[in-house]
Write a protein that binds this ligand. Structure first.
Ligand SMILES: [Fe+2]
Length: 609
């Protein structure tokens, strides 16, 4: 155990240096995070290292990188925090099985081998991983409730001294949503909605039915919604889900398959909505668009009611959000505009990856001791009474918490691969890239530390001119290799955002939608309903990206660029310079920026590397 050594009277006490490793794993988007003396210093998803999208395995590579980045030596971290309670989850699966038996045998049997092999042995798995890395394993592995981790990831890094907390996802152990309140360094969860009644699973059921992959395609369904009409809202509300005044819901399980089958929906659901599920590759019809719009509207209604309830029970003016459903930026935008809160902060890694950050922070602030506000972190000798929360600055560092690569590493790759690259001086860097964009080029931008969470925010991004009417389909078909309806997001100078969008506050993590102002023509980032999923960029959190957009503005009078993640469909966002080069070579990206280096692909030619 670490102690606080006695200091001279009047001298500042030496820093304690408590290092807490957070881990989320075995559901989707496994991740690791390192919290050092209460500061999030590293966080990354395993998929970026393993190159398997949504990798759900134990995040050994992410753990290794986080320990290195956090300066953890052979002494190991002081504590490990796991983002859920596997045994409780296992009990839920057992109880669910016995409640529906003899139905439900197939999903039960399918789930068992992984539980027997990995999920129930997490402390041992952590120890094996750390021993392999040559670092000592701490005595304690703290297990947080899944929604405690989400709540901690929502409140602790937020800029708010106190706030209401709402977490909404598919399912954790039993909870599918939770409401709580945070103040200072404490969090109190006040209520929860329990499985199988889940807004996340309702949305996922429609995601699967419309032919998209669960835990991946929810974003696509949201993107499809504005193309449809809310034709099925009545069926959903009358037959599928009973929405209570407080936003809690009851699903009619006669329509769903996730209790007793290996599918989200069953034959009765299919009959109600007019046919079998769409298979991958089949055309998207108006019916699918209408279904998407309908479940989106129902979701927004539930979120608005949950928000009103959270406001009523806490009396707080501000709200913190996390959980996979909090990635629904359309619902977030409505909650902000129509809900009772003056301000809303959303954890950028709102899905389960963010649970790694939440769990580690929860242990630091004492949530992981089996009771709220307990002595877990204090037992490590830390002073955890102080927390930020100045009302303005959050503690997620622009989500730029992943690996970064210095000029030496990039220079070495360029030389090794014989890449014809030009080095840009600081004075010409932004202007040169802006000129390429203004000339209609698609630019891959790789700089600084990789983003944590699902969105690329200017460090692993593909950029383009938003004014070009052909850019959306060109990017979708020639670069991203994905459905042509998928919209793109604008990254706009924070100080000019209000001139182009109906948005009166920062949206640094691309988690709010806002309407494009009348008279503004930016077709590549404007949805059919004239909304856009806005990222505001300020000079403080990403000075280089800000300078680049400012240079584009100086050339064109347009203070925003298209910003989409640097990857192709079904691949994780690039992590290393070599990943970026591979993606650049294999797609229709015209130019690649690797830190200070510029690589151009001439029209119609193969890249000479
Ligand atoms: Fe979750």
């Amino acid at each position: 155990m670490l102690g606080r050594p006695p200091g001279r009277p009047g001298a500042l006490p030496p820093p304690v240096r408590v290092k807490i490793l957070g881990i989320s794993a075995f559901y989707h988007d496994s991740a690791a995070a390192l919290v050092r003396d209460g500061e999030v210093v590293a966080a990354a998803q395993e998929e970026r290292f393993s190159r398997r999208k949504h990798d759900a395995g134990f995040p050994a590579r992410a753990v290794q990188w986080c320990l290195e980045e956090g300066g953890v030596g052979p002494e190991g971290p002081d504590a490990v925090a796991f983002y859920d309670k596997p045994v409780t989850k296992f009990v839920r699966i057992l109880e669910t099985h016995f409640a529906v038996a003899p139905r439900g045998l197939r999903p039960f049997v399918a789930a068992m081998p992984l539980w027997a092999r990995e999920k129930l042995w997490i402390p041992m798995r952590v120890e094996t991983c750390l021993v392999r890395l040559g670092v000592a394993c701490p005595r304690d592995v703290f297990f947080l409730e899944h929604h405690e981790s989400h709540a901690a990831s929502a409140f602790y890094p937020s800029p708010f001294p106190s706030a209401a907390i709402l977490t909404v996802d598919g399912v954790g152990e039993w909870a599918t949503a939770a409401v709580g309140r945070g103040e200072g360094n404490t969090i109190e969860l006040l209520g929860e909605l329990r499985f199988p009644h889940s807004l996340g699973l309702l949305y996922s059921a429609f995601t699967a039915y419309c032919g998209f992959e669960v835990n991946d395609g929810e974003y696509k369904l949201m993107g499809l919604a504005p193309y449809g009409e809310p034709r099925y809202v009545r069926e959903i509300r009358e037959q599928l889900v009973d929405i209570k005044e407080d936003g809690s819901i009851r699903l009619n399980m006669a329509f769903f398959g996730f209790l007793d089958r290996l599918s989200m929906v069953n034959g009765r659901f299919e009959r109600l909505f007019g046919g079998p599920p769409r298979r991958t590759g089949e055309p998207l019809t108006q019916r699918h668009k209408d279904l998407a719009r309908s479940v989106q509207e129902v979701t927004e209604e539930v979120i608005l009611r949950m928000g009103a309830h959270a406001h009523a029970v806490t009396g707080e003016k501000r709200l913190c959000l996390a959980g996979g459903v909090a990635l629904n930026c359309v619902a977030n935008g409505r909650l902000l505009r129509e809900g009772p809160f003056e301000d809303v902060w959303i954890q950028p890694a709102a899905g389960d990856a963010g649970g790694a950050v939440g769990a580690a922070l929860a242990v630091w602030y004492g949530l992981g001791s089996g009771g709220h506000g307990g002595p877990a972190a204090a037992s490590l000798g830390a002073d955890t009474t102080r927390r930020g929360g100045d009302g303005v600055h959050d503690a997620m560092k622009g989500a730029l918490l992943g690996p970064g690569f210095d000029d030496g590493a990039i220079r070495e790759l360029v030389a090794r691969e014989g890449i014809a690259a030009t080095r840009l001086g600081e004075a010409e860097w932004a202007g040169t890239i802006a000129r390429l964009l203004a000339d209609g080029k698609i630019v891959g931008l790789f700089q600084g530390r990789m983003e944590f969470g699902p969105r690329a925010l200017g460090n692993r991004s593909i950029l383009a001119d938003p004014r070009d009417p052909g850019m959306q389909s060109r990017l979708n078909l020639r670069v991203k290799n994905r459905e042509s309806f998928r919209p793109f997001a604008p990254a706009v100078l924070a100080e000019k955002a209000a001139e182009w969008f109906d948005l009166d506050r920062p949206s640094p993590y691309m988690l709010l939608t806002a309407r494009v102002k009348e008279g503004r023509s930016i077709p590549a980032v404007t949805h059919v309903d004239r909304s856009a999923r806005v990222q505001t960029v300020d000079a403080e959190s990403n000075p280089r990206f800000h300078a680049l957009i400012a240079a584009f503005d100086a050339l064109t009078g347009c203070p925003l660029v298209v910003n989409t993640s640097f990857n192709v469909a079904d691949e994780p966002i690039v992590c290393t310079p070599a990943d970026a080069v591979r993606c650049f070579v294999g797609t229709g990206i015209d130019a690649l920026v690797l830190g200070d280096w510029l690589v151009k692909k001439e029209e119609g030619s193969e890249l000479d590397i």
